[in-house]
Design a protein around this ligand. Structure first.
Ligand code: ADE
Length: 408
């Protein structure tokens, strides 16, 4: 590997993260995070490196650990460490090491946490409550983390304010949709080199991530089937032109299965038993629980790694099925995660959420960032993409603010 690979990758990400770089320029001038310690558990990618450097430019002392044992880009982590930045983690770390690295981040005694999946906040609430005194609040990057935080809030267990960065429009309607759509297929293709056209792709979950995956699979010429548990997204999938059915019915039809539900054991041994010979399963949800990998391992008569990120399981009837990346996030395990352009918008949200936490005293709840901040991120992104949009005329503003004018 080129010794400068990590550095080069970070520079490439900076080039494509114009909106975040504009925030960095302002942070450099204004130092809104001066004296703050920020502890992060995010996928250690070139895009995360750009966020780390942006928070540092704002005056913060930052430590980062990975948020998934398979997602750290080693060249990037190395490049950060070479600059003296506290970056803990490597691709392929064990679960014990994963928690050790999270705790090394917590040893910084952060004022603010940035989580992708809520592991830092959970660790603080369960095992490191001594840190709560200095903690101003946390930011959460992903839907799975937000679900955990809402259940903490419901149980009255949440002891700090959290900003749900995931819920910014410039995050979940961009990153989850366009980012996951592209990076998931990228991960499956890099892991297998499978041809998508003509294949039946079963997508479990029709939230923003599922919608993105379905759109891209269709774009590559696949026949897409969607499985859902909620009525409205199931209806949306049907109206979008996809077949919608139960997993037990889709199991025997699919060539490639993608889970993006945020829930547990969406593909179980009883489904795998019905699959075609050669079926491929991949997960792009945050945790490695969507495919019951243990159950599949137990029902198999033989298991073998046929290439990196591709395990083959032989079943008792002689059929073979494949699970990619051990059921962990395929897009960050076998590929590089979302492209920099979408991560730029997500991480503008993180940088501005840190600033917001410092400037506002908030209750111990899960909060949305004000709409104006989300809107400012959209405007910044349009600006760096060189796109101009119309302005309301005074007449239009008056019309929108009035109610008297109806049918003419
Ligand atoms: N989540 C998905 N893609 C990512 C990326 N490229 N960097 C950090 N987090 C991500």
């Amino acid at each position: 590997m080129n010794d400068d690979q990590g550095k080069n990758n970070i520079a490439l990400a900076e080039r494509n993260m114009g909106a975040l770089m504009k925030i960095r320029e302002r942070f450099e001038r204004e130092k809104p995070l001066k004296g703050l310690r920020i502890g992060m558990a995010l996928h250690i990618t070139k895009e995360t490196a750009v966020l780390v450097k942006t928070l540092q430019a704002g005056g913060a002392d930052v430590a980062v650990a990975g948020c998934n044992p398979l997602s750290t880009q080693d060249d990037v982590a190395e490049a950060l460490r070479a600059e003296g930045i506290k970056a803990y983690g490597y691709k392929g770390e064990t679960s014990e090491e994963y928690y050790k690295f999270l705790n090394q981040v917590l040893d910084l005694r952060p004022h603010i946490t940035i989580d992708d999946g809520c592991d830092l906040i959970t660790e603080i609430h369960l095992k490191r409550t001594d840190l709560l005194g200095e903690l101003i609040g946390g930011c959460e990057e992903t839907t799975t983390g937000i679900i955990r935080l809402h259940s903490m809030e419901r149980e009255g267990a949440l002891r700090v304010p959290i900003i749900a960065v995931n819920d910014n429009k410039t995050k979940h309607l961009m990153d989850n949709y366009y980012g996951t759509g592209q990076s998931t297929l990228d991960g499956i293709i890099r892991a297998t080199n499978v041809l998508f056209c003509g294949k039946t792709v079963v997508i479990a979950g029709y939230g923003s991530c599922g919608k993105g995956c379905a759109l891209r699979a269709r774009g590559l010429g696949s026949n897409v089937i969607v499985t859902e548990v909620d009525a409205f997204p199931a209806l949306q999938a049907h109206m979008d032109g996809f077949r919608v059915m139960k997993m037990e019915d889709a199991a025997s039809l699919g060539d490639i299965f993608i889970t993006v539900t945020g829930n547990k054991h969406v593909i179980r041994p009883e489904h795998v038993a019905r699959m075609k010979n050669g079926a491929i399963m991949a997960n792009s949800g945050h945790f490695d629980i969507e495919i019951d990998v243990k159950g599949v391992r137990e029902m198999a008569t033989e298991a073998a790694r046929v290439r990196p990120f591709m395990d083959r399981f032989t079943l008792s009837d002689g059929k073979e099925v494949y699970i990619l990346a051990e059921g962990r996030l395929i897009n960050l395990s076998a590929a590089e995660g979302h492209p920099s352009e979408v991560m730029s918008m997500s991480f503008c949200g993180q940088a501005l959420a840190c600033e917001y936490l410092v400037q506002n005293r908030l209750e111990n709840k899960v909060h949305l960032l004000p709409e104006e901040i989300d809107e400012a991120i959209s405007r910044l992104q349009l600006e760096v993409m060189g796109i101009s949009i119309d302005k309301l005329t005074p007449e239009q503003i008056e019309y929108l603010n009035s109610w008297q004018e109806g049918t003419s």
